[in-house]
Design a protein around this ligand. Structure first.
Ligand SMILES: [Zn+2]
Length: 118
């Protein structure tokens, strides 16, 4: 997809290898992104919770791109059984999250102790 850069107004290919490598906003050419000191676009964060034990785990993940974030969020909601009620916490199938690039930014592990179990 050919876009016009908002800084230099040159055309560039949004899906080129170089643009993917350099990053930056959708309307910035790779040259201008590098000139302006690298990728200034906001990180793709996603916070997820797990309902295990007496306290829920909270994990904050950072993704390399919006598509990976959306895929992970969809898979998480399915696998965690969100909006399916309490009788079963697993969705109809288990969605794969392999191959997605993300880093764990923060993790707060809950106490797994459940109903007196040590
Ligand atoms: Zn430019």
């Amino acid at each position: 997809m050919i876009k016009n850069c908002k800084h230099c107004e040159n055309e560039f290919d949004l899906h080129s290898r170089r643009k993917k490598l350099v990053g930056g906003y959708i309307n910035e050419c790779p040259d201008c992104v590098e000139e302006n000191g690298g990728d200034q676009s906001p990180p793709k964060y996603l916070g997820v919770t797990a309902g295990n034990g007496k306290m829920s785990d909270v994990t904050i993940l950072k993704f390399e791109d919006q598509a990976s974030r959306n895929t992970f969020q969809k898979a998480w909601r399915n696998n965690a059984g969100q909006n399916l009620g309490k009788e079963c916490q697993i969705g109809k199938h288990t969605s794969m999250t392999s191959g997605l690039k993300f880093k764990i930014v923060s993790e707060n592990r809950g106490n797994d102790n459940h109903k007196g179990k040590l």
